[in-house]
Design a protein around this ligand. Structure first.
Ligand code: TXE
Length: 484
């Protein structure tokens, strides 16, 4: 399945350009060149998508779990059959190494459909018995038309993480992938058509956030919005949606701490710390961008971490040697570079990386940056407080558990935290006190799709994953039946 160069909206089962006829350029971040175009949709396209979804809703919501299961499984199978085409398209579109899209993005997109397909067969609701008086049961009904808006860092992975539960629960979707990475969502629309998903059940509108995205959030018929992206965008979405009483699931940024104690398994920790710092060019909301190391281990850690970071190859996304590819856009590259300048101005010492990587050949115009490690920054500086979202980590020593916790909890974010120690009591003690929605002990990014996923503080509102997602995409209705 080769990606077409002219991406189209998918509305009511039909591929179509934006009503305005306008297109946006889609840039290959590894070359800086335009390689495809996508519809520059506006509220008129969203209107069509919502109308199509509303028309499809009565039949889809009455479709039994068996039929929904079969269609969603068929979508999963087709993603699997086209794994390599999807993975290559994802890497070209986003700049990430092919090894990452082949091992993480596309397998996970497939798993999302498979997981929520089977969940339709298992999802149950509660009943509450009032002895001798009445019985209550809870109907869990789909909401209607829902909006799913996703970012560019894990394009198909995060789009499907929203769409699959929304469809599984019986809703119809108006979805918008990031304008920076639209290709695999477009390929998904073809797969959905081939899998026999009825027209209008899933509608994909391409375009800019403040136009097409905002129109989805503002549309009165859209009952809920599931969004992953930046915290500032989340704030805007909440401001529009809250007065309309829409259900909201906001999965926002992170500034995640990685706490390393001297008693850890050094080799496992080192391998984990490199991954949690630089996977996907550091463009994962779960990356551990602030590393704190217990003082007796600090120098050994720093020297080895810098040595291994310097060995990581930054190169063309499709090259099997590349550990890091290109950042997603020129604008994002410049944002990350600004944070590096800021870190220097705030007194930080860049121990390695932070300069543009000259990948040569066709890739001269690409957005390549060598992974950077920064030392010597206080907790309260901007480089340690704001989400950089690139291949940049800060490192610092700590002397006590209390200090480690204060550092870990000392930002406005609270998505995830990682902890390396062999002491189980300490792991429990700290996990309990960390202000985060997800805590990993002696591992990172180990994901069971049944577990609640989301953050506290400025990292968002609500939880995705497993039954949490199915509950979000349904409305509970209590039915009370009196005896006799
Ligand atoms: O994301 P945006 P951006 C963080 C990261 C990054 C920063 C900005 O720090 O540097 O956010 O990235 C759509 N109404 N994360 O600007 O704008 C947009 O079109 C409705 C963290 O690229 O949040 C895209 O589809 N929708 C993160 C999606 O929102 C709107 C992942 C995300 O884009 C909209 C990405 C609006 N007003 C960035 N404005 C994570 N949590 O994983 C934009 N959009």
């Amino acid at each position: 399945m080769a990606p077409d160069l002219q991406i189209q909206n998918y509305i009511g089962g039909v591929f179509q350009p934006a009503v305005s006829g306008a297109f946006l350029d889609n840039i290959d971040p590894s070359t800086g060149q335009v390689y495809s175009r996508l519809p520059d949709s506006d509220e008129r396209d969203v209107q069509l998508a919502v109308e199509a979804a509303a028309r499809a809703f009565p039949a889809w919501s009455r479709t039994g779990p068996d039929a929904r299961f079969r269609i969603l499984m068929r979508i999963a199978d087709l993603i699997g059959q086209n794994m390599e085409a999807f993975a290559r398209a994802e890497s070209v579109d986003s700049g990430k190494p092919l090894s990452v899209s082949m091992s993480v993005d596309i397998p996970r997109a497939q798993a999302n459909f498979r997981f929520f397909a089977t969940a339709t067969l298992q999802f149950a609701s509660e009943s509450h018995h009032m002895a001798g008086e009445a019985a209550n049961f809870t109907l869990r009904q789909p909401l209607g038309v829902v909006g799913c808006i996703s970012p560019w860092n894990l394009p198909l992975y995060l789009f499907t993480w929203k769409i699959a539960p929304a469809l599984a629960a019986g809703n119809c979707v108006a979805g918008k992938p990031s304008e920076l990475t639209p290709m695999t969502a477009y390929m998904l629309s073809k797969v959905c058509q081939e899998a026999g998903l009825p027209p209008g059940v899933l509608n994909i509108v391409h375009g800019l956030g403040h136009k097409a995205g905002q129109a989805i959030v503002e549309h009165p018929q859209v009952k809920a919005v599931s969004f992953t992206g930046g915290t500032e965008t989340g704030r805007k979405i909440a401001a529009v949606a809250a007065p309309m009483f829409k259900k909201l699931s906001l999965e926002l940024g992170g500034k995640n701490p990685n706490l390393i104690f001297a008693d850890c398994n050094f080799e496992a920790m080192m391998e984990g710390a490199i991954r949690s710092s630089f996977s996907n060019n550091g463009q994962i909301c779960l990356c551990g961008s602030r590393i704190y190391v217990e003082r007796p281990l600090y120098e050994k850690f720093r020297d080895e971490f810098v040595r291994r970071t310097q060995q990581l190859i930054t190169g063309p996304p499709l090259s099997p040697e590349s550990a890091l590819g290109a950042l997603v856009s020129r604008q994002h590259l410049e944002k990350v570079e600004q944070y590096l300048s800021l870190a220097r101005a705030e007194g930080g010492v860049i121990l390695c990386g932070g300069e543009r990587a000259d990948v040569g050949g066709d890739y001269r115009g690409g957005y390549f940056l060598r992974p950077a490690v920064i030392e010597g920054l206080p907790l309260d500086c901007r480089a340690n407080q704001e989400e950089i979202f690139g291949p940049v980590v800060t490192i610092a020593p700590f002397d006590s558990e209390e200090e480690a916790l204060a550092l870990a909890n000392g930002t406005a974010y609270g998505l995830s935290a990682t902890l390396w120690t062999q002491d189980v009591s300490r792991a429990n003690r700290i996990a309990e006190q960390l202000q985060a929605g997800i805590v990993w002990v002696n591992c990172w990014m180990v994901r069971d799709l049944r577990t609640p996923f989301g953050g506290v503080k400025n990292s968002g509102v609500g939880r995705e994953g497993g039954n949490e997602a199915l509950r979000f995409f349904t409305e509970p209705k209590n039915v009370c039946i009196k005896y006799g």
